[in-house]
Design a protein around this ligand. Structure first.
Ligand SMILES: *[C@@H]1O[C@H](CO)[C@@H](O)[C@H](O)[C@H]1NC(C)=O
Length: 203
């Protein structure tokens, strides 16, 4: 079985990389403009808690990448990745998928999830060549369909079409010399009852 064929069904059990065609308006201004834009100009990506961070290029890079993600702009994410990009996504049980494998998996999510939102909690690292940024964040999504049987173990018990769930994530992203994403690690877990984003307070 080709890995790419294997990855597609995984989208069902993997709410991390979600896409929504309903929120299809992606970024259409330059990175430089976004560096200076207010935190609230794209509500599906809320980075208001990390605005104080000193590396504004890192903030802008994260914003560009995560806005592509919440917008379901798979090709936009692909464009921001280096040729030798690899990603490990623990909630999806994906280990070292390459750029094209990831594009295939990512594209498959759109029919399952909608209304994807990201709340950044904390950030550290840098934007320099071969540096990495690390960001705690919560990803919210709404099921666009009733979950297939094989997806249920990875989702909250009893969740059905139209229900919203969230995951707490730690995203680590390495940049190459040109500022493209060359490596990504996504570690995360479904939110638990009583989850409180303010308990993570670092701002
Ligand atoms: C998708 O993302 C890319 C890279 O950020 C951007 O250039 C493009 O305008 C986006 N497309 C849409 C339809 O939003």
């Amino acid at each position: 079985m080709k890995l790419s064929n294997f990855l597609i069904p995984l989208v069902a059990i993997a709410p991390t990389v979600l896409a929504s065609r309903r929120i299809s308006r992606g970024p259409d201004v330059s990175l430089q403009l976004r560096i200076n834009s207010p935190a609230t100009d794209y509500p599906a990506y809320d980075d208001s808690r990390i605005q104080h961070f000193h590396d504004k290029v890192l903030l802008a890079r994260m914003k560009e990448y995560f806005i592509s993600f919440v917008a379901g702009n798979f090709t936009g994410m692909y464009d921001l990745q280096a040729d030798d990009f690899h990603i490990t996504d623990i909630p999806l049980a994906i280990v070292r998928a390459d750029r094209n494998q990831w594009l295939g998996a990512n594209s498959g999510f759109s029919s399952l999830m909608t209304d994807v939102k990201v709340q950044a909690i904390s950030i550290d690292g840098g934007s320099g060549p071969c540096e990495f940024g690390i960001m705690e964040n919560v990803v919210w999504f709404t099921l666009a369909v009733d979950p297939p049987e094989e997806a249920k173990p990875g989702l909250p018990p009893g969740i059905k079409k139209g229900d919203t769930a969230g995951m707490i994530m730690l995203s680590t992203i390495w940049w190459n010399e040109e500022g493209k994403v060359k490596r990504e690690l996504e570690y995360g877990k479904l939110l638990w009852p009583g989850f409180d984003i303010d308990a993570f307070k670092t701002w």
